[in-house]
Design a protein around this ligand. Sequence first.
Ligand SMILES: [Zn+2]
Length: 194
Amino acid sequence: MAMVNIHTHRPRPDERSIVTVGLHPYDADRTNGMPDCANIGEDVDGIGEIGLDYACNVGRDVQQRVFEAQLAVAERLRLPIVVHCVRAFDAVMRTLARYRLKAVIFHGFIGSTEQMRQAVEAGCYLSFGERTFASPKTMEALRHTPHERIFVETDDSDTPIAEIYRRVAEILAIDTALLERITNENYDRIFKDR
Ligand SMILES: [Zn+2]
């Protein structure tokens, strides 16, 4: 079975990834690029990356407006979302709570065990990648994350997805093959009926 790579900037035919459209918080002050209900085709699996990034230079008000507008589109079209969240966890969670979303995937999740629990209780999925291994608190959070909420990603790194799987499986103390099965099941639960 192909490995799921839920968020990659270099899609490969031998991996299961998804096609998303969305205006990244870095670009929230751009005037174009915002998906709307009319221009989203059948080939689109979700809306992303969308979210809040309080470490970048774009104003928080405009980020918030753009995030909310795209959440409304995702809600209306029943599309899963891929969230980019940097130093804005509470604001992102508060905002998400106001929408009925098909599925929420935090990509490149960085956070504490407590934040992981909050996200899991709200029904979110968490995707782990290279940045996880540089963050001891995130590795600890990963150890406790329910398997049915875990994804694995390369994001923009050149590290092969198999290597990320190996390292995530090691932290979880499970076989890589089992981790591959887990992420495939999670993928199917969200995307199979699309
Ligand atoms: Zn991102």
